[in-house]
Design a protein around this ligand. Structure first.
Ligand code: BGC
Length: 438
């Protein structure tokens, strides 16, 4: 009986090679539709910049907003394909009130932190600044864009539909910051691609596999037929907003419940199957199912599973792959007692099913996107990846690489997945430098 329910869940969560191929094909078709301005679940948002050449030089400020941690950095670029250096960096935590309250309060808080950062380090010269804003933004040019919608946990009012850079500039002015000029606005996937491109000319994709999920792709400008004003480069990086992808996805009753109960039902469907914000929520639903059918915890729901937000990715990692001592220590913390061997096995299996499915769906999206990369070499292409799932979740990066190989066979030989940490911060500085060098 116990084996059969978990076997059913395992069947529901397995992504077969043919399912991966059908997702891969759908991604490529949706990319083409999005670039042509036809209806597509991929927003395919132009970034108005091409990949860095590696020759960029100078000191640039970077702002990185995408989660509750907000960063300010000063980055030095020395050209000649050398690795950018972080001269100074500060991380600040935004409060729930700031990310869900009035928009002006959010931008004021960011501006106040920028002022503090400049003061703490006595940075008084004029600086060009690159702003990584990791939400769906329709850029109007390289240095201005309109927020399409909030994702993740953000909901600050009066920002959707407004010009982000204008709002931030007004806040900087209100806070008396006079030596900073925002010259570029970018998504974190674009920043990640750019941070890698500064040292690697073969970089064609930037991927975030963290709290959120998304991909940026470098395409030939001639493929973008939906119109990008006077942009003259031969290639352009596109923020796909891949978390919004919705075709051919193997939605289970648990996915449908998660979506119904989320604050943005019907949206970000791929992200809800892939990203670190949602995997613990999915695992929780599977666990609740097992409890209801009396396979776990003697039919009693532990308090940690009673609300949607307490069970976390770090817990999943320990339950799936931690030592017995670590898993039992966590169990005592979460459930007030040790787990029986069968409970341990079941919990580990649930976490494994959910994370493995995430990696296989992400692989199909990456493989579909690779088909449209404007490559600088037939033999090799680099995929820059950042985010806690990829960097830290047990076995995740290996599952991802294996699934890409499974899809693309020998052609995947030249595909290199490169962890590009801090891509969103350093990348913003790189983009500011690209703009300055034009
Ligand atoms: C946002 C993307 C972002 C991704 C990773 C998603 O929720 O819509 O713009 O790139 O998270 O941070």
């Amino acid at each position: 009986m116990k084996t059969s329910l978990i076997d059913t869940l395992a069947r529901e969560f397995e992504i077969s090679p043919s399912r991966m191929r059908s997702i891969q094909r759908a991604v490529t078709a949706e990319i083409d539709a999005g670039l042509a301005g036809r209806k597509s679940s991929l927003a395919m948002l132009p970034s108005f910049c091409d990949a860095a050449s590696g020759r960029e030089k100078g000191f640039y400020l970077a702002l990185d907003l995408g989660g509750t941690n907000f960063r300010v950095m000063l980055v030095k670029l020395s050209g000649a394909g050398t690795v950018p250096t972080v001269v100074a960096e500060a991380k600040y935590r935004l409060t729930p009130g700031q990310i869900t309250g009035p928009g002006d309060a959010l931008f004021d808080a960011i501006a106040a932190y920028v002022r503090k950062f400049l003061k703490d380090h006595a940075f008084t010269r004029p600086y060009a600044l690159g702003y990584t804003f990791s939400f769906p933004v329709k850029l109007l040019g390289i240095d201005e864009g309109i927020l399409i919608k909030w994702t993740k946990d953000f909901s600050a009012s009066g920002v959707v539909g407004r010009k982000i850079v204008t709002l931030q500039r007004q806040a900087l002015k209100r806070k008396g910051v006079g030596n900073v000029d925002i010259v570029a606005l970018a998504n974190d996937t674009v920043g990640t691609l750019q941070a890698r491109a500064a040292t690697d000319p073969y970089c064609g994709l930037g991927v975030i596999l963290g709290t959120g999920f998304n991909i940026a792709v470098r395409v030939a400008s001639k493929r973008i037929t939906k119109g990008v004003g006077g942009y003259a480069g031969t290639g352009m990086i596109i923020n796909m907003e891949a978390g919004g992808f919705s075709k051919s996805l193997p939605s289970t009753r648990h996915d449908r419940r998660l979506d119904r109960e989320s604050g943005n039902s019907g949206q970000q469907l791929a992200e809800k199957m892939i990203s670190g914000k949602y995997l613990p929520q999915l695992a929780r639903l599977l666990i609740l199912d097992l409890i209801k059918k009396d396979h776990l915890f003697a039919g009693q729901v532990p308090a940690v599973f009673a609300d949607t937000a307490r069970f976390a990715g770090e817990h999943m990692a320990i339950l799936q792959a931690g030592s017995s001592e670590a898993a039992q220590a966590l169990a005592r913390e979460l459930f007030g007692r040790n787990l029986t061997p069968s409970e341990r096995r079941l919990l580990a299996r649930v976490c494994q099913l959910v994370s493995r499915r995430s990696a296989r769906i992400a692989a199909a999206l990456i493989a579909g996107s690779l088909k449209r990369v404007e490559r600088r070499s037939k033999q090799r292409v680099t995929v820059a990846v950042d985010g806690s799932l990829f960097a830290k979740y047990p076995g995740y990066s290996r599952l991802l690489a294996t699934a890409i190989q499974e899809l693309d066979g020998p052609a995947s030989k030249g595909v290199r997945l490169q962890l590009t940490q801090d891509g969103s911060g350093i990348g913003a500085a790189v983009i500011a430098a690209v703009v300055a060098s034009e």
